[in-house]
Ligand binder design. Structure first.
Ligand code: NAD
Length: 243
């Protein structure tokens, strides 16, 4: 049996990470647009990687379980990369919450149940989540720990409380960060690690560190890697004018 990489979201960020850590493993890439997964698989196969693609919708638990089952045909899942997502310019509020927030939470939960001892995962959050003010202890706790099937019913995520698609995206990414902390405890019980990165630009060397044994002391953390843009947004020239 082989070490398996479960990878969702066949975009450029996911591929850049998979290329750095997937060379000695079976890679299973899931994407809602199977043509994206196939196109990326072809590029990676031609570069010598062992990869298959599976149609997967991360906003469906059933589809996630099917992807996990496909992975387990080849061996144990030792590495997890979640780079699936929709952006504020691509999708509705509802879809952003269903994919980026709920879908990521279900993935972390379900992959956490089967991740191999010593395994590691990374999910791609965004600098956007860092641009929102703090939400307070109670909401943080709900985003971190509410049962996945109750997440979308939280009051803070109801239509009257979400301004626009950017706000939905920021809430999703904030939830990713909190969920990673919550799940890190559960993954830790299995001797596995889970972290997130919040990129402004592509930052593959850090994702590589998080997935390899040399990052063994790092779990439950989010890494903001945006060239200082968020610092400037709060305290520098990028600060928006007061309304
Ligand atoms: N590109 C950036 O500058 C940037 C910056 C910060 C964060 N991010 C985050 O990184 C992640 C990947 O971004 P990207 O730029 O590589 O995006 P991308 O659009 O190139 O790739 C994302 C992939 O996810 C797939 N996808 C969408 N909905 C899905 C679903 N329900 N189930 C399965 N697959 C689905 C898409 O089909 C696509 O192939 C996203 O979470 C995004 O929010 C991107």
């Amino acid at each position: 049996m082989e070490d398996v990489v479960l990878w969702t979201g066949a975009g450029q960020i996911g591929m850049a990470i998979a290329r750095r850590i997937g060379f000695d493993k079976k890679i299973v890439v899931g994407d809602k647009k199977i043509e994206n997964a196939r196109a990326i698989s072809k590029i990676m196969e031609e570069a010598g990687f062992d990869i298959i693609s599976v149609e997967t919708d991360i906003s469906s638990r059933e589809s996630i379980l099917n992807l996990i089952e496909e992975c387990q045909k080849y061996g144990e899942i030792t590495t997890f990369i979640n780079a699936a997502g929709v952006s504020p310019s691509q999708a509705s509020i509802e879809e952003i919450l269903k994919v980026d927030l709920y879908g990521t939470a279900v993935l972390l939960e379900e992959v956490g149940k089967v991740i191999a001892a010593g395994g590691a995962g990374v999910t791609i959050s965004s600098q956007s989540g860092h641009r929102m003010p703090q939400l307070g202890k109670e909401i943080d706790e709900q985003l971190a720990a509410a049962p996945t099937e109750e997440l979308l019913d939280l009051e803070v995520l109801q239509p009257e409380n979400i301004k626009d698609t950017l706000h939905a995206y920021q809430m999703a990414k904030r939830c990713n960060e909190k969920r990673v902390m919550f799940e890190a405890v559960r993954w830790g019980e299995k001797d596995a690690r889970i972290n997130s990165i919040s990129p402004g630009i592509i930052v593959t060397p850090v994702a590589e560190l998080l997935l390899l044994p040399k990052g063994a002391f790092i779990t439950g953390s989010d890494f903001l890697l945006d060239g200082g843009a968020t610092a400037s947004y709060f305290y520098g020239p990028l600060q928006p004018e007061e309304e």
